[in-house]
Design a protein around this ligand. Structure first.
Ligand code: ZN
Length: 246
């Protein structure tokens, strides 16, 4: 089975469309590690597309916040403004879709998807040290996660944790062949708001037969996505960060 793994789309319709056009026929099933809304200008479009097309999805902290399930006190002011705007703007049936999204982990044919970490859906896994704390809780060989908006993987071996990431930011796709006696924490990167210094939309493909994971970036129409954020009256910084990718 070939999976398209998406995470942190954040209501960015232009980035999502570019990813789908780029990935074309390279997958059989679509998985999503959460945060489909928040920050971007098209929450309804992205939620409706996800409802129709994602085969498996777990909720993210922004999905919870926009659905009214999370106290906005823990959000920074910009995230809070965008969560309130999203909540007020979304159609009721899309909000109830958000409210009903499942908390991870969700197991799918021998691997898992989570938003933050296998232990805590809101936990950030940026470093080897943070992954080493979560590694004992991994139930499957491969766990896909999001939340940090940083594309790459961690190889969890008995000898320790090794971070796998693209060294050259402008480089082509990175392909990782999964070793048998290791666990992997894999972040496909953020479709709609990358924060790893590469503003291109990020996604991953996983072929469970060949055990290959491909990390992909594709350019998209950032200007249109920015204009929608500005026109909505959302904080400028949300538009600006799309161009810098941080
Ligand atoms: Zn996010």
């Amino acid at each position: 089975m070939r999976y398209l793994i998406l995470s942190d789309v954040h209501a960015n319709w232009e980035a999502l469309q570019a990813v789908l056009a780029h990935a074309r026929e390279a997958y059989d099933s679509i998985l999503c590690c959460g945060d489909i809304v928040g920050y971007g200008g098209d929450p309804d479009l992205v939620a409706e597309w996800t409802r129709e097309n994602a085969d498996h999805i777990v909720r993210g902290n922004h999905d919870k916040a926009c659905a009214g399930l999370e106290d906005l006190e823990s959000f920074n002011p910009v995230a809070r403004v965008s969560a309130i705007w999203t909540q007020q703007r979304m159609k009721p049936d899309n909000l109830s879709y958000l409210r009903d999204l499942k908390k991870g982990p969700e197991e799918i044919c021998g691997f898992e998807i989570v938003h933050g970490s296998p232990v805590d859906e809101d936990e950030y896994l940026f470093t080897e040290e943070e992954v080493s704390q979560a590694a004992p809780y991994l139930e499957t060989d491969v766990t896909f996660f999001g939340h940090t908006h940083v594309q790459g993987a961690f190889l969890c071996h008995r000898n320790g944790i090794k971070r796998l990431r693209r060294v050259d930011l402008g480089a082509e796709d990175m392909v990782v062949e999964l070793e048998r006696d290791a666990n992997y924490m894999v972040n496909p990167g953020s479709v709609g708001q990358p924060r790893d210094s590469d503003p291109r939309a990020a996604y991953a493909l996983y072929d469970s037969q060949t055990r290959l994971i491909t990390f992909v970036r594709t350019a998209y129409d950032i200007r249109t996505a920015q204009k929608k954020i500005i026109d909505a009256g959302l904080p400028d910084v949300l538009a600006l960060r799309l161009a810098s990718g941080v």
